[in-house]
Design a protein around this ligand. Sequence first.
Ligand SMILES: Nc1ncnc2c1ncn2[C@@H]1O[C@H](COP(=O)(O)OP(=O)(O)OP(=O)(O)O)[C@@H](O)[C@H]1O
Length: 278
Amino acid sequence: MSEPTETNVLDVRGLRRDFGAVRAVDDVSFAVPEGGSLGIVGESGSGKTTTARILVGLERADAGDIHVRGRPRAARVRGRAQRLARAREIQMVFQDPYLSLDPRTSVEAALGETLRLHFPHADHARRVRELLDQVGLGTRAADALPRQLSGGQRQRVAIARALAVEPAVLVLDEAVAALDVSVQAQILNLLADIRERTSIGYLFITHDLGVVRHVTDDVIVMRHGGVVEAGATADVLSAPRHPYTRLLLESVPRPGWDPERIAAARRALTNRPAHTTH
Ligand SMILES: Nc1ncnc2c1ncn2[C@@H]1O[C@H](COP(=O)(O)OP(=O)(O)OP(=O)(O)O)[C@@H](O)[C@H]1O
């Protein structure tokens, strides 16, 4: 893999994490160019979330390194200034914004709090309006509490709060999985618009190949902690090379979907050694 560069907002090399005997993340490497969008797909337990948690600093890596805009991401931080600088590198949006939004804090107060922490001297009222506008929420939403908003609106608030920090990379961990299909489409369109207007890089962690197809340029497929296939999304989805990727694609329900055939393919795959690459 090439050296970390400043034109890549994110470079990850040789990431590894063991939990006892389980190798949750096994020599995982990838890069996200400026303004790029990478999908990480794989079934439950394949190591996607652990990878994301290492990136944002919720979990430590046993090996590997992470560069943001060509600079090494510190494994440990000391003090407030370093912690804030680190948060400005990578922000994460989770599946359930209920868990990350304080139920007693209005949208405006939540955004204001983040802005005060990171940009104490800026004009916060103006920036709150800009952020609400950027995520398609009118200023009327400013006074609302999380419970007064729909799931899609809450996710817009979570995205606005992440953007408030002006991060280099936004990690979206199953960020649309809990939403209705039509709301999902709205949020994915919103994220695509934001990407067009900024140099932010996206990392979409998802089990949903439909999401990957619509919003990522490149994709890596994870299985048992390792990367079994990587490439341009269009190529990987139209001509998958690894049997596991083919199985994932066949598992997407569609007309003519045959559960028997998928079960047989799954059985065949289970008998293969876990770490074959092609
Ligand atoms: N804190 C932990 N302690 C022990 N094992 C863990 C821990 N976190 C994850 N694992 C194990 O690591 C492996 C990868 O889990 P991970 O959650 O990263 O997968 P995933 O692909 O994100 O799955 P999901 O979509 O269900 O979140 C699994 O075998 C899981 O049981």
